[in-house]
Design a protein around this ligand. Sequence first.
Ligand SMILES: C[C@H](O)CC(=O)SCCNC(=O)CCNC(=O)[C@H](O)C(C)(C)COP(=O)(O)OP(=O)(O)OC[C@H]1O[C@@H](n2cnc3c(N)ncnc32)[C@H](O)[C@@H]1OP(=O)(O)O
Length: 697
Amino acid sequence: MANRTKGRTTFEVGADGVAIITLINPPVNSLSFDVLASLKESYEQALHRDDVKAIVLTGAKGKFSGGFDISGFEVLQGGKKEQPTPAAKPADILTDILEAAKKPSVAAIDGLALGGGLEVAMACHARISTPYAQLGLPELQLGIIPGFGGTQRLPRLVGLAKSLEMMLTSKPVKGQEALALGLLDAVVAPDQIEPLGEAREIFKFARAQARKQAPNLKHPLVCIDAIETGIVSGPRAGLLKEAEAFRELVPSDTCKSLIHVFFAQRGTTKVPGVTDLGLAPRQVKKVAVLGGGLMGSGIATALILSNYPVILKEVNDKFLQAGIGRVRANLQSRVKKGKMSQEKFEKTMSLLRGVLDYESFKDVDMVIEAVIENVSLKQQIFADLEKYCPPHCMLASNTSTIDLNLIGERTKSKDRIVGAHFFSPAHVMPLLEIVRTKQTSPQVIVDLLDVGKKIKKTPVVVGNCTGFAVNRMFFPYTQAAILLVERGTDLYLIDRAITKFGMPMGPFRLADLVGFGVAIATGMQFIENFPERTYKSMLIPIMQEDKRAGETTKKGFYLYDDKRKASPDPELKKYIEKARSISGVAIDPKFTKLSEKDIVEMIFFPVVNEACRVFAEGIAVKAADLDIASVMGMGFPPYRGGIMFWADSLGSKYIYTRLEEWTRLYGEFFKPCAFLAERASKGAPLSAPVEQAMSRL
Ligand SMILES: C[C@H](O)CC(=O)SCCNC(=O)CCNC(=O)[C@H](O)C(C)(C)COP(=O)(O)OP(=O)(O)OC[C@H]1O[C@@H](n2cnc3c(N)ncnc32)[C@H](O)[C@@H]1OP(=O)(O)O
């Protein structure tokens, strides 16, 4: 809310009669209500003054504008629907003052023109931009549609198909491409848009795509409707339709959730007691990665993609060549998809150097260890690292389960030992769990946060425990699904219900993808550490014994063809029956008739319960970090705001009551934790801050 009364424009007139209006609202010159009001005033002044012949609109400090001030949405969301909201006015300012101006105006764009920023530029009579400026309408990512005329002006500038693509994917274009598209040229007359018959086909296709890609979301379809109205009934009707739809979407749950995710994502890099100490990140010039397996090669790929020179160390030449081969394959897949030129490929690969010893570790600034999960091996490695690396070097481990204190036991460098937990495939998955122990120095965390940002990951800082945040939340997810199956729920129905809820895949399809070997190994860690709340089933081990270990063996919970297409397997029944008899449970008719809502709740409430424990223990600093961890690490639908935000939308009391009931009926696996019980008894949200005293960090 701090930005609400912030920002302004400046107005200067040169001797040449050109008025320069500059948008100022750091850091991205977002369009707060104040900026918009000031823009109106400056424009009116320019139109009024005889000495002004033309207007140039630009943004301060090399950025045109990042769009409407997102923190201002809260005002609109709180406002009553019948009242004219301030958002209706800016759209009118753009149409009635900027676009209708009798004096020529040019938007001079540098850096970025996104959302409302680009919409303001499109209301000017012409646009010029630097080649690398980013121009786009990413509003759909926030659960809304462009609301300042974007649905009307963009199709007229770049054509229907491209404008639909830009809006529906939220992807910006760079200056060069924008020029080729006509976005940076004079406005194309409406009659140059596709003929109506052709347009209808394009709309039909766009609607089908939107329904397929985001079946739970309404606003992409609403966006297409607004564009269509403008094409069919003219720009005025289109603008009215857009304004009406925009007003309706702003207070929606989807918009609230996505705005929460926007700020939560930026909030992960604000860690009390760490990032508020005024520490500047030290420069990391060279990184070493230990282990060229799946994780190590993925991490090395992510690093060289962001221009970090990397030394990849393996134990013998065969493994080293295999590791380098994996990195090469990761990059080659980009070349094949047309996302990387051959020249860039060669240049990127040249940043990687394979080694078999620690000789070249004397000038590395950071090491990431990614060898197999073996405690004594890791202890030896960290003892060696202490010997060979310079004293300032960060020593990170990619372990997903082992206690970092144990890993560093044989060193005197505990203050620079940190966890850098990537998710597979490491060069693709957006999350990075930064794991700190009580000894990890704030400087090391600040450094790793900076590297994380540079390699385009969203870092979440968590405390040291088995499974950290993401794997702890995943643990009850799979277990609950197995519990349901043993009691009679159809396995494929579970995957369907969970996918419909918005997860990229259901728990069984995911187990197949990850592989049963990994599932069993992590499962063992949890049984050891949290026996009281583990649902012990033999289903996965029995299947693995029978050489069904997931997608790599072409058989798991599904059967896979050569194109990786999954199909149900009737044979599964026999494994389920066997597991059921080992667990000593019988089919419960209630479980064969569970509604999709019940399935979702029985699987996700245990996840919420575990998230509450992670939060209460201080493993996560804020509930919003768990929202981001669930969205980026588990694939939880962002339009539901993340696990804790979603839980709060249902209410702590409701979740507690259901978990209590299931505990009575089906056992300790569902038992609500003390934190959840306390919040429920007070009717308090789960995401409210935990008392400092309770935090372990
Ligand atoms: C009516 C209209 O159609 C509706 C709209 O315009 S909706 C808004 C559309 N615009 C957007 O969605 C753009 C959102 N912003 C972004 O994608 C990115 O911030 C960016 C590409 C502009 C810059 O990225 P980057 O340089 O990595 O910086 P980033 O950390 O994301 O942002 C810097 C700061 O600006 C803030 N910020 C960015 N865009 C903002 C916006 N539109 N409103 C308010 N704050 C914004 C961020 O919250 C962050 O604040 P913090 O430093 O306090 O955490």
